[in-house]
Design a protein around this ligand. Sequence first.
Ligand code: DX5
Ligand code: ZN
Length: 219
Amino acid sequence: MIKVAPSILSADYINLQKSIEAVDQAGAEVLHIDVMDGLFVPAISYGPAWVKAIRPITQMELDCHLMIENPERYVDTFADNGADLIGVHVEATPHIHRALQMIKNKGVKAEVVINPGTPVSLIEPVLYLIDQVLVMTVNPGFGGQKFIPETISKIKQLNQLRNQNEDYDFTIEIDGGVNNQTVVKPYEAGADVAVAGSYVFGAENPAERVQAIKKATDF
Ligand code: DX5
Ligand code: ZN
């Protein structure tokens, strides 16, 4: 069964605590926090202050997906504000190794993120150092986009690499266009965690949608 990480990007910001409590009680293991700077991606979302505000209200792992240029500038702040995992895009910095090391040095789980157009080979040199790879299954920047099935081959490739190399100890996460149907093939390919925004929070009953993703991968 896949772990579920609801993305608050699609939540009702005015009633955020209620939304978070609903998915927490439904058994979601991770809360996905999408940080956008208006440069790496067009949209601007929210920053470290939100992580600080959310931290005391849930035990879920706080997974901070930084869609920002030169994310190493903000690693320490996100870690100090309560992030459990920090994800940085390989496309957003010439210093991906340093950025990931900074995350590890803060005692936080380090995640490297790849866009749909980025090959796995680009992150091979840092795979020994990380706790999770996030394979984007849409182009980052917005919720509600359509899942790109061609990204599944990269999940298979990463799964093979970790099975063949005992130095690797990472989980695989997918993000974008995930629902109870699109989640099945990535799960079979080796994905461990599924981010879902609009499918969960766009529904009348977000808890049911968390359960639906879990049920679809209960085999
Ligand atoms: C997209 C974000 C996603 C987004 C997913 O840039 O990284 O986390 O919230 O939204 P859905 O599930 O609606 O595709
Ligand atoms: Zn995300």
